[in-house]
Design a protein around this ligand. Structure first.
Ligand code: PMP
Length: 434
């Protein structure tokens, strides 16, 4: 048995399912990615197999693994004693840099994960508006807290359908505080505000819907959301945990030209260290204690090591040429994938923006996927076979339970790495096509 499999079995004796995060088990390969070391765009597993990483820590390590700039920033923070639960000059320095980079940010707070960021954002939206209900979009993912872990019970694509919890143990009744509408349906957003506008504290969405691969919002959908939230005194919240820094320093809000009232940042903001952010309009953020009346605290919020890492990461994203490089790697990789799938007669739709992308197996390559319901029509078993074949040939894709989801590359990836990844994937595609 390989060392990876042995270690996974060993870990299971002490660690539930052998992992620290349920989604870490990659069902296409039957275990978690157990790594020995990682560098740039590559990971070496416990058996010493080298893989080109197209998961990139679910989008956190946008600079690549083991980036030297992050490492020296972290080492310097450790050398200063890493006094956790105090503030330092770096906290304000990073906050200022983020406020100068992202349009909606006038004031912000640091927290530890994307889940915490959306949870605090929604509490703050309720505190500010004095309302309880939240408008959310079918399939959009906002983390693992009870308020957002709900999905449609029955047929997809419906207006405000009955919801079911995504996990057992979720606090019953919280679905009563949600109004759910399919993504990209401006007409149903209108309907939601007509019926519930005076009760809606916020509308929360993924401004680029990467959690079902990569679905872009229509201009009309975004304009409707912005207009109606403003008209009804509800807050527009962009969950930019995945989209921030992906296609430009200003995130999805810059790309779309739509400024929300509040946003969350996660993953790439810490460059692979557990940092997240929520922030936005000054008058809303001033509701946080102790100036205001809404609680947001935590021992590890703004831990000095992760703030140092975040500062180094954001400074790197602001370097001249950073996004030109991301753009050219994106074109080479996504174009290359389209060509190789076509060469093997595989029907796969590839959609990408900036450093993250989705692949929809069994779907027409030329027809855009525009919603969660649309994406669910993909061929799950072909997808899983592709992930497994890619893994055997040296490319790591993470599997999210067979759902079409996001993959991505890091800035350390060079044209030669893309060519190598495509050559390996060509063999994987040949295998599943035969
Ligand atoms: N929001 C979005 C849009 C996400 O993609 C994720 C994680 N994939 C989260 C929130 C939750 O972030 P975390 O895993 O850091 O809690």
């Amino acid at each position: 048995m390989s060392l990876v499999k042995q270690q996974h079995e060993h870990a299971k004796q002490f660690l539930a399912s052998g992992v620290s995060s349920s989604t870490r088990v990659n069902q296409a390969i039957g275990h978690a990615m157990l790594f020995q070391r990682a560098e740039g765009c590559r990971v070496w597993d416990l058996d010493g197999r080298e893989l080109i990483d197209l998961c990139t820590s679910h989008g956190a390590t946008l600079l690549g693994h083991g980036d030297a700039r992050l490492r020296s920033a972290v080492e310097a923070a450790l050398a200063r004693g890493a006094a956790c639960s105090y503030e330092s000059q770096l906290h304000a320095e990073l906050a200022e840099l983020l406020c100068r980079s992202i349009a909606c940010l006038e004031l912000l707070r640091f927290t530890g994960s994307g889940t915490e960021a959306t949870m605090h954002c929604l509490r703050l939206a309720r505190a500010f508006t004095g309302r309880q209900k939240i408008l959310r979009f079918e399939g959009n993912f906002h983390g693992y807290h009870d308020q957002v872990m709900w999905s449609a019970q029955g047929e997809l694509g419906q207006f405000n359908p009955p919801l079911k919890p995504i996990s057992t143990g979720v606090t019953a009744g919280l679905d009563q505080l949600l109004v759910q509408v399919p993504y990209n349906r401006s007409d149903l957003v209108e309907e939601a505000f007509r019926r519930f506008g005076h009760e809606l504290a916020a509308a929360i969405c993924e401004p680029i819907y990467y959690n079902t691969g990569c679905v872009l919002p229509t201009t009309e959908f975004m304009a409707t959301l912005r207009r109606l939230t403003a008209q009804h005194g509800s807050l527009l919240v962009f969950d930019e945990v995945l989209s921030a820094f992906r296609m430009g320093i200003g995130g999805a809000q810059q790309y779309l030209g739509v400024t929300p009232d509040l946003c969350t940042l996660g993953k790439a903001v810490g460059g692979g260290y557990p940092l997240s952010v929520f922030g936005g309009r000054r008058d809303i953020m001033q509701r946080l204690m102790p100036e205001g009346d809404c609680q947001h605290s935590g021992t590890y919020n703004g831990h000095p090591v992760v703030v140092a890492a975040g500062l180094a990461a954001v400074q790197a994203y602001r370097e001249p040429g950073f996004y030109q490089h991301i753009q050219s790697i994106a074109e080479q990789l996504y174009g290359g994938l389209r060509t190789l799938f076509a060469r093997h007669g595989l029907r796969v739709r590839v959609q990408g923006l900036g450093a993250r992308f989705g692949m929809y197996f069994g779907m027409p390559p030329d027809e855009p996927v525009t919603s969660y319901a649309d994406a669910q029509r993909h061929d799950k078993s072909l997808l899983m076979r592709f992930y497994a074949a890619a893994n055997r040939h040296g490319v790591y894709f993470h599997d999210y339970g067979g759902a079409p989801c996001h993959h991505g590359f890091c800035a350390a990836m060079q044209p030669a790495d893309v060519a190598e990844a495509l050559a390996r994937l060509d063999k994987a595609a040949a295998e599943i096509a035969s």
